[in-house]
Design a protein around this ligand. Sequence first.
Ligand code: NDP
Length: 271
Amino acid sequence: MLDQYAVIGNPISHSQSPHIHALFAQQTGQSLQYSALLAPLDSFPITVFDFINKGGRGANVTLPFKLQAHQLATRLTERASCAQAVNTLTFENNEIIGDNTDGIGLVHDITRNLTVNLASKRILLIGAGGASRGVILPLLQQKPLSLTITNRTFDKAEALQQQFQSYGNIHARSLDHFIDQSFDVVINATSASLQNTFPDIPVNIFAVDALAYDMMYSKEPTAFLKFAQQSGVNHLSDGIGMLVEQAAESFYIWRNVRPETKPVIALLKSQ
Ligand code: NDP
């Protein structure tokens, strides 16, 4: 039987992960099967244990179960522990090892694919949900000049500042604080794009030559990316590269082989 992997979520039919991992397996000559598992909203642990009993070696976890996966893990990596969310589970020697590859996926996409060096940059991270929490530590590890975090519900941004202040130069600021401030990299980590809208930010927020990055990906440019373009930003990216890079990191954790991501990103973009 081929080694079994899966992505677990609800809903799950939209997930690109089976396609991405099949491409990685083909490219690296790895023999494995990767499927999509729909977990009932009240039965995430049962779905995981059932998969383990059927020979599952590892799983990706997506909405809305990343927190439950964090609780289910018997061992956590530092980045998963800091994120308090898990998107990669490895089943090994009766242990469930929880990791979070979202943050390193974002950093690899920005630094390798978009060739933007984050060291000494002023970064603005908009949003304080699960995705945001997962990317803060890997962003701070790039030694930016500053990482500013803002959120519609300001308390959540403040809580993240307190949680991560020992890792680097992180500040929480309210959305109305940016009248005369600009940033080299502006990352939209809100789910506003899902509602075809964007956070209430001023046009001056983008520095000359800034990168505007939306974690969400879609066929059409998101409302945030359209706003950035209208504000004069030329360097724009959605989150498709992050999606592929976080998958590549999971693949590496499980198989100890690093797949080439650029052809997979190009293929997904063309589709
Ligand atoms: P959460 O539900 O955990 O958090 C949502 C965040 O968006 C909160 O900070 C919320 O603010 C904010 N928000 C929602 N609507 C609005 C709005 N209209 N205006 C301003 N702020 C708003 O979601 P996640 O953190 O898990 O996901 C965020 C985004 O990142 C999603 O679009 C998701 O698809 C994407 N993502 C992409 C990945 C990739 O690989 N490319 C990986 C993971 C996530 P408040 O606290 O005030 O409610």
